[in-house]
Design a protein around this ligand. Structure first.
Ligand SMILES: CC(C)(COP(=O)(O)OP(=O)(O)OC[C@H]1O[C@@H](n2cnc3c(N)ncnc32)[C@H](O)[C@@H]1O)[C@@H](O)C(=O)NCCC(=O)NCCS
Ligand SMILES: Nc1ncnc2c1ncn2[C@@H]1O[C@H](COP(=O)(O)OP(=O)(O)OP(=O)(O)O)[C@@H](O)[C@H]1O
Length: 271
């Protein structure tokens, strides 16, 4: 099974592309890390308790106000915009709090991702889409056969779309969220570095309209299919030793590519 990593930055169009890949004619299953990141901090989960213990004493509005539908004695859900204000931004305090939140949420999300991958592998899917905003930052790109980066060249387009989609965010919130992530153009270069000719890295530029993005997404699936035909997926599924050997080979190539990329980036910083 081919793991197709889908990433970008906030509001660059990942969900728009994943909706296109999961709809006919492609019908690919999508593992959505943002959704999993919500599920692992629902009331009653260990993630929820860890967040309330750490952020609760210093964040008065961390939980949503009580509503008439609440069960007696039930925990109130997290107030996500309030938690976002604690962790997004570039001050040292925000960066530290973001690291702590990531340390609570990411291991639980990673575990859920592995379970979902196994689920789709057993069901014989030829490919699965892994929609992870922080794919490169978390190192999960090394398990992907292909990485698609959805990017915009102009950051003001990104901020305008985010403001339109999430009108409850202030201009400062929007700016803090965008600046809390690596530059999406650098992610695009990292995808290209994996190799565009063999479809290991694909960049979808989303500065135009949605129909243009959807056309690009369909074209990308065509390229991926050509580089990973269906008989190959069946071979890997029916002969598990070949599947395991190929997965290990893919991992080695990805780690090697990642190391070369890091060396190149460090070299540029030193110059
Ligand atoms: C801070 C939280 C509560 C804000 O929730 P909110 O519902 O307002 O935003 P949402 O979860 O939909 O995230 C929107 C986008 O913000 C960006 N983002 C989210 N978390 C982070 C982070 N830790 N670092 C950088 N960018 C992030 C992503 O692009 C994401 O798609 C939430 O984002 C969170 O729990 N983040 C930590 C977990 C995480 O890293 N999630 C991303 C996928 S694993
Ligand atoms: N080409 C486009 N033209 C106009 N609007 C767009 C375009 N692409 C996406 N949008 C809109 O921009 C907003 C952000 O897109 P989307 O939700 O797909 O981004 P995302 O990368 O998944 O964001 P997040 O990281 O926050 O989950 C949405 O409201 C979407 O409808």
């Amino acid at each position: 099974m081919l793991v197709v990593g889908l990433t970008g930055s906030i509001a660059t169009g990942k969900s728009t592309v994943s909706a296109c890949l999961s709809a006919p004619p492609h019908c690919l299953p999508v593992i959505d890390a943002d959704l999993l990141a919500r599920q692992v901090v629902e009331p009653g989960t260990p993630g929820y308790r860890a967040i309330v213990n750490y952020f609760g004493p210093t964040t008065p509005d961390l939980l949503l106000p009580p509503s008439p539908n609440d069960r007696d004695g039930g925990d109130r859900p997290l107030n996500r915009p309030a938690l976002g204000r604690r962790v997004f931004g570039n001050s040292e305090d925000r960066k530290r709090d973001r690291m702590i939140l990531n340390g609570i949420v990411h291991p639980a999300v990673r575990w859920e991702i592995y379970k979902a991958l196994l689920h789709y592998y057993i069901r014989g899917y030829w490919a699965v889409v892994l929609d992870v905003p922080l794919l490169f930052e978390s190192g999960m790109d090394v398990i992907c056969g292909t990485v698609i980066v959805v990017a915009v060249k102009d950051p003001t387009v990104q901020m305008r779309r985010l403001r339109m989609r999430d009108p409850h965010l202030s201009s400062e919130d929007v700016e803090n969220r965008v600046r809390s992530q690596a530059d999406v153009r650098a992610k695009a270069r990292q995808a290209e570095f994996r190799g565009t000719r063999n479809a290991r890295g694909i960049v979808l530029w989303n500065d135009g309209d949605k129909s243009q993005l959807e056309r690009e997404a369909h074209r990308a699936v065509g390229c991926i299919r050509d580089s990973s035909p269906r008989w190959w997926a069946w071979l890997l599924l029916l002969f598990p030793p070949i599947g395991v050997a190929f997965a290990v080979w893919n991992l080695v190539v990805n780690i090697w590519t990642w190391r070369s990329w890091e060396r190149q980036i460090k070299g540029k910083h030193v110059e």
